[in-house]
Design a protein around this ligand. Structure first.
Ligand code: NAP
Length: 488
């Protein structure tokens, strides 16, 4: 099935930090793919901005190299890359200085959508927002895009929101959580609200519990400094896992419109119960046995032998509302785990009564939503074990891998950044976090982190390549439940 591509109107996109890692690995390749698909028009302008000196030709070369290196095997022919490069320009700007801004003004076209992508550290957001205003670059049809981390705690998130609000309206601010751009995450809403099958059962009467796992095989890599001052709770749970939880748990919005969706997500965050200390397990990975040079321990990787920062968190969460009271949500995420996978398991209750007797066996239905790899959905249903024996029950998967069902390899799925950048240019904020959502998530997260600090808690060690610390199993076994396998 070939997807329908609706071209966006010509736009100007200015990437502050246009020479950085995120621009190279994600933003520029995503734009190129949208160009190849016919969605980004040839009249659009992409202007990189940073302190480094580049001629237009030099920056185009930089962009071409980034695209060649990070196109994930998906490419157009060389001619198309050359055409795309004619959309690219560069201006030398220091976010804290006054040089280069008038040159930038001259490169922009009036009366078209304009986006300023802040692909720089959050310490520069205020400087950029202010100079965009004072140099007269902000029009009514302008928007800014900001990256994670959005704050370090509630106080810093509030201050960042206030800084941006001094120069831009909330309707112009696009806070990226790239998880929301993943095709399967959007499919969560399609599955829930586009089918009559699931929604009647989507509550504590029928759902026993829900598991959300985001597992990474990689360690902290070159991000040691940042990560050690952050940890898995701030880096993953407060934003990505929280967003997944919201989409799973929210009430149906009246329509698929930015504020209707975000209002419902906010209600979920506000209904979260504070988490009890014994409902959270923190972990820190050890070096990989037999390969400590290639895979050092967390503390060696961040060069901090006393670090108490967690590279793993598992927790039990409860939502106090009519729909979910009594249904726990178990979340876990970590680095250096056995598999690279993001999976949601909705585990339904067993049938209330078995007509087949105690020997037939009983199985709960499980709806598994795989965000990666092999994006898709599996529903485990109970059937009779084939054969002439007695009536014995087994559960088998009804499987739909989206790539098989929806299109040939390479055409599906688009990278999250492709979708999100096009939404920015279309002016659609549905898949971006609103300021109050981010603050509510920090308000829930802060006491947990403060509790660890007050109690001087040290994370439990876990073996690299495992499913995390053994203590995480207790979270569920205490409730007579078990984690589903971490392997996709
Ligand atoms: P990076 O590789 O360090 O790049 C930073 C960029 O900002 C460079 O282009 C740098 O170029 C520019 N810059 C620094 N100071 C500047 C100034 N005073 N004025 C103008 N430009 C300046 O960082 P990154 O990894 O791309 O990350 C950018 C942002 O995205 C950060 O907030 C990060 O947390 C976030 N993020 C990154 C990733 C990722 O995968 N990399 C993922 C999620 C979020 P010059 O030095 O030439 O000025």
């Amino acid at each position: 099935m070939v997807s329908r591509v609706i071209p966006v109107d010509p736009f100007d996109l200015i990437i502050f930090g246009g020479t950085g890692d995120l621009a190279r690995r994600k933003i520029l390749p995503a734009l190129f793919r949208r160009y190849c698909s016919g969605q980004m028009p040839a009249e659009a302008r992409i202007i990189g901005a940073a302190r480094a000196e580049h001629s237009t030709a030099g920056y185009r070369e930089f962009v071409a190299e980034a695209i060649t290196e990070f196109s994930d095997g998906r490419s157009c022919d060389d001619g198309t890359l050359d055409e795309f490069l004619t959309c690219i320009d560069y201006v030398q700007i220091d976010a804290r200085g006054e040089g280069g801004w008038s040159e930038l003004v001259n490169k922009l076209t009036q009366d078209r959508a304009r986006a300023f992508y802040f692909s720089v550290g959050p310490g520069l957001f205020g400087d950029l927002a202010e100079r965009i205003r004072t140099h007269g670059l902000a029009t009514d049809n302008s928007r800014i895009v900001v990256e994670k981390p959005f704050g370090h705690d509630l106080e810093t998130a509030r201050s960042l929101n206030a800084t941006l609000a001094a120069h831009f309206k909330e309707s112009q601010i696009y806070r990226i959580d790239h998880y929301l751009g993943k095709e399967t995450v959007q499919n969560l809403m399609a599955v829930r609200f586009g089918n009559v099958l699931f929604e009647p059962l989507w509550n504590s009467q029928y759902v026993d519990h829900i598991q959300i796992t985001v597992a990474e095989t990689v360690g902290v890599g070159g991000r040691g400094d940042y990560y050690d001052s952050s940890g898995a709770m701030r880096d993953m749970v407060q934003n990505h896992l929280m967003q997944l939880l919201c989409l799973i748990a929210m009430e149906p919005p009246a329509k698929f419109d930015p504020d209707a969706v975000r209002d419902e997500k906010l209600k979920v965050i506000r209904a979260l119960e504070p988490v009890l200390p014994y409902h959270i397990v923190r972990g820190q990975y050890d070096a990989q046995q037999g390969d400590t040079d290639a895979h050092p321990s967390y503390r060696e990787a961040v060069d901090n032998p006393r670090s108490t920062t967690e590279s793993y968190v598992a927790l039990k969460m409860e939502i106090s509302n009519w729909r979910w009271s009594g249904t726990p949500f178990y979340l876990r995420t970590g680095k250096r785990l056995a598999a690279q996978s993001s999976v949601i398991n909705v585990v339904f209750k067993e049938a209330p009564h078995s007509i087949f007797g105690p020997d037939a066996g009983r199985h709960a239905n499980v709806l598994t939503i795989r965000l990666q790899p092999n994006d898709g959905i599996t529903l485990r249903v109970t059937i009779k074990e084939p054969g002439p024996g007695g009536m014995r029950l087994v559960d088998v998967p009804l499987d739909m891998t989206f790539a098989d069902a929806l299109g040939p390899e390479g055409e599906y799925p688009p990278d999250a950044y492709e979708r999100l950048i096009m939404d920015v240019m279309r002016g659609d904020q549905t898949l971006f976090m609103r300021g109050d959502e981010v603050e509510a998530a920090w308000a829930w997260t802060d006491p947990i982190i403060e509790g660890w600090e007050t109690r001087g808690e040290v994370p439990k060690p876990y073996a690299s390549g495992s499913a995390g610390p053994d203590e995480a199993n207790l979270l569920l076994s205490r409730d007579k439940r078990k984690w589903k396998g971490i392997n996709p």
